[in-house]
Design a protein around this ligand. Sequence first.
Ligand code: PAN
Ligand code: ZN
Length: 174
Amino acid sequence: MEHKKIVIPSLSFFQDELKGEGVVKSRRTLGELAGIFENQDAYSQLPLDQLAYEVYSYLPEREGTPGGLYFGITQLYPGKVGDEYFMTKGHFHTILDTGEVYYCLSGHGYMLLESPEGDWSLQEMTPGEAVYVPKRYAHRSINIGDTPLVTFFVFRGDAGHDYGTIETKGYRNL
Ligand code: PAN
Ligand code: ZN
């Protein structure tokens, strides 16, 4: 029987970016965050094409493949909409029983967690600290500093993302 040598890509974290073959970069502008900020007047005065965050993801398995891990880096830029700090859209995982690890590389912020039952927690994120997102909890990062909030994340690759629940119901307890 022939044994093939497997190819493990080399990946590097450099200057708050994840580099390497197979890394996918995505971005969200303020325009894509419609409805998450309280102050609609303040929101409407900001440019819709202003960058709010960028995500570098290494997705070694096809979406839905069991047993794999997805990981990467999010750079959430500093800024405010009225009195609210820039934040990520926030999501549950489609497979609700998915935990996720966040590790803060730089910046200062919070991770807002909420379960479908409405249990919630706000976890501070400072460089060197890790936040464990328990399974079943929606998660949203908030940058309260004046530099990018840079976090490493890892979660099961078949978890999927459910943005709709937060879009329609929001975070209910804050
Ligand atoms: C992260 C997030 C990333 C952007 O990779 O997807 O920080 O946040 P939104 O996905 O809420 O826009 C993660 O939690 N993945 O599961
Ligand atoms: Zn997640």
